[in-house]
Design a binder for this molecule. Structure first.
Ligand SMILES: C[S@@+](CC[C@H](N)C(=O)[O-])C[C@H]1O[C@@H](n2cnc3c(N)ncnc32)[C@H](O)[C@@H]1O
Length: 256
């Protein structure tokens, strides 16, 4: 496992406040597709949410009636989750889950699987889900193909942030969880869900601040970058409210 992945929980802990304050939720259609592709009805299901972070995905699952256990390696992220998410929360490694075989109906990785070991994580998820169980990974992303201002914003970030990961990088694609699940013997289904986020400009900037590529940068450099984006985006959205084209990629693996 490379160093960038091994210390990711510490990196997110640095920006847990910004993450909690400004990262987007997932649209209703994501949870509908999750139920349909997994064959697991969320109401009453036991779900282990791995890389639960500040609880965005865990709360989405709880709101739909799931019994959620949140797992994360970051103490700071979990502290935010515990403050407003009514579910058990374990400080544990998603590559080595502290659950018995068959303990869950569903293991979820929302915006998190790419920070885990691609083989060990899925093997663990397959072990802890029972026969009718499923494994699901999903990612929210901005969709720069839909708006010139967003494409320009992402290009500026790609040029200024050494660790930038995102849709304007040549050859960029969503993390290969579908291949990993397939290699683990699961039958995989995938879908994309488009949605629109309406957000205050200041919250959009806070969201940018919470990305790992910014969390790894010096504070004064980040402040300059955000001031530049505030000025650029303020010209496009003078009323201070930003309309962001988004899309979610969802991949679900089930036993045959
Ligand atoms: C981008 S956040 C996703 C949070 C949340 N699921 C959401 O939907 O916003 C990724 C999380 O994965 C956690 N993480 C990284 N490596 C992990 C590991 N090996 N086991 C468990 N969690 C891990 C990080 O601490 C971080 O909180």
């Amino acid at each position: 496992m490379n160093e960038r992945i091994a210390d990711s929980h510490r990196v997110f802990d640095r920006v847990s406040q910004e993450y909690d304050a400004a990262r987007p939720h997932y649209p209703e259609a994501l949870y509908v597709a999750l139920e349909s592709l997994s064959g697991v009805r969320l109401a009453g299901a036991t779900v282990i949410d791995v890389g639960a972070g500040t609880g965005i995905s865990a709360r989405g699952l709880l709101d739909r009636g799931a019994r959620v256990v949140a797992v994360d390696r970051g103490e700071g992220m979990l502290a935010r989750l515990r403050a407003r998410t009514p579910c058990p929360a374990l400080l544990a490694d998603g590559n080595d889950l502290p659950f018995r075989t068959g303990a869950a109906d569903l293991v979820t990785y929302a915006q998190s699987w790419h920070w885990l070991d691609p083989v060990r994580s899925v093997a663990e998820a397959v072990r802890v889900t029972g026969d009718g169980g499923a494994v699901a990974g999903w990612w929210n992303s901005v969709d720069p193909g839909k708006a010139d201002w967003l494409a320009a914003n992402q290009v500026r970030l790609a040029e200024s942030c050494p660790g930038y990961i995102g849709p304007v990088l040549p050859g960029w694609s969503m993390p290969p969880i579908a291949a990993a699940m397939s290699d683990a013997g699961l039958v995989v289904a995938k879908t994309w869900i488009e949605w629109t986020r309406s957000v205050r400009l200041e919250d959009f900037l806070t969201d940018l601040r919470s990305h790992s590529y910014m969390a790894r940068m010096e504070g004064d450099v980040v402040a300059e970058l955000l001031a530049r984006e505030r000025a650029e985006l303020g010209r496009v959205f003078p009323d201070g409210r930003v309309t962001v084209p988004m899309r979610v990629y969802l991949a679900v693996g089930r036993r045959d």
